[in-house]
Write a protein that binds this ligand. Structure first.
Ligand SMILES: Cc1ncc(COP(=O)(O)O)c(C=O)c1O
Length: 319
């Protein structure tokens, strides 16, 4: 075990676990990458570090600037953590009033960030104006875009379209390939921005052209993602997801209900001792179905994006 100089060095290089109890009647293997063991408890630490460091390098982010983002939780927490460690002011626009539990806001504030809760009135006003108004982060993104246009000392991380979100997860793909000695038959991941799925798919498909890439979405998502069909892209939406579909990186999308995701998450806690969040339950549910379908000798890999601590007040399948 070695000693590191900065907590930022502990981002990534997460361990991988083979599930046993949840797969006891299944012949294929399911391996889960424990992304909730990143320093703030989610895989968004990877992208926060990569997006900030790259912006520093190309000088779109300079000392004295303010980092802004619209986030339902994990990215806001990770940007608060990395941004604060690097001496920036961080302002997060949280976008589901009443849905975001107080713990997430407190965590961001504890790292030193300023958090603005978007009011329901603002959301309805902005939604009326917004072309793509269905997604919860859109109103916050509109605010970030305006701030960025108005103030040259504001840097908007733009996780939904920032190529360094994808690049951070190329590294996740590289870790998966090394941890499995190059044997992966399918990769499954929930889609929020699409960064995880696209970053891993981009890396693994090049090494393993026959790999199946399966995306997971909350059931009833307002704008469906359909492999082979285009997905709209604007200044405030679409980015990575549109590129991923355009490049045919996804083989299938499976929708999972809140209830099924929550049930599988509880099984992960009790049967495997893995205290991960609700999207982890959704990912595992789909990975187990893939395992049943692919059968003996096959190996399915998925990620456990965040920690169960985030869902102590509210249990929802949030990506
Ligand atoms: C809990 C959780 N699971 C899954 C995801 C999906 O990750 P990505 O944005 O890389 O698609 C996110 C973020 O959006 C998340 O916060």
């Amino acid at each position: 075990m070695k000693v590191v100089n900065s907590i930022l060095e502990l981002i990534g290089k997460t361990p991988m676990l083979k599930l046993n109890k949840l797969t006891k009647d299944i012949e294929a293997e399911v391996l889960v990458k424990l992304e909730y063991l990143n320093p703030t408890g989610s895989l968004k630490d990877r992208i926060a570090l990569k997006m900030i460091e790259y912006a520093e390098r190309d000088e779109s982010l300079k000392p004295g600037y303010t980092i802004v983002e619209s986030s339902t939780g994990n990215t806001g927490i990770s940007l608060s953590f990395v941004g604060n460690m690097k001496g920036y002011k961080v302002v997060i626009y949280e976008t589901i009033p009443g849905k975001m539990d107080k713990e997430r806001v407190k965590i961001m504030e504890s790292y030193g960030a300023e958090v603005h809760l978007t009011t329901l009135k603002m959301i309805s006003e902005l939604r009326d104006k917004s072309v793509m108004g269905a997604e919860v982060e859109i109103p916050g993104r509109e605010i970030c875009l305006k701030l960025e246009k108005r103030d040259p000392n504001v840097w908007w991380a733009r996780q939904f379209s920032n190529p360094n979100n994808v690049a951070a997860h190329n590294e996740t793909g590289r870790e998966i390939l090394a941890q499995t000695d190059g044997k992966v038959d399918a990769f499954v991941a929930a889609i929020g921005t699409g960064g995880t799925l696209m970053g891993v798919a981009e890396f693994l498909k090049e090494k393993l052209p026959d790999i199946r890439i399966v995306g997971v979405r909350p059931k009833g998502s307002k704008r469906p993602i359909i492999p082979g069909k285009p997905y709209p892209k604007t200044e405030i939406s679409g980015g990575i997801i549109s590129d991923m579909l355009e490049r045919n990186l996804v083989d299938e999308i499976v929708e999972v209900s809140d209830e099924d995701a929550i049930n599988m998450t509880h099984r992960l806690w009790r049967e495997e001792g893995v205290f991960a969040g609700i999207s982890s339950g959704a990912n595992v549910l789909v990975a187990v179905k893939e395992a049943e379908m692919l059968g003996e000798g096959k190996r399915i890999v998925t990620v456990l994006p965040d920690s169960g601590d985030r869902y102590l007040t509210e249990e929802h399948f949030v990506t």
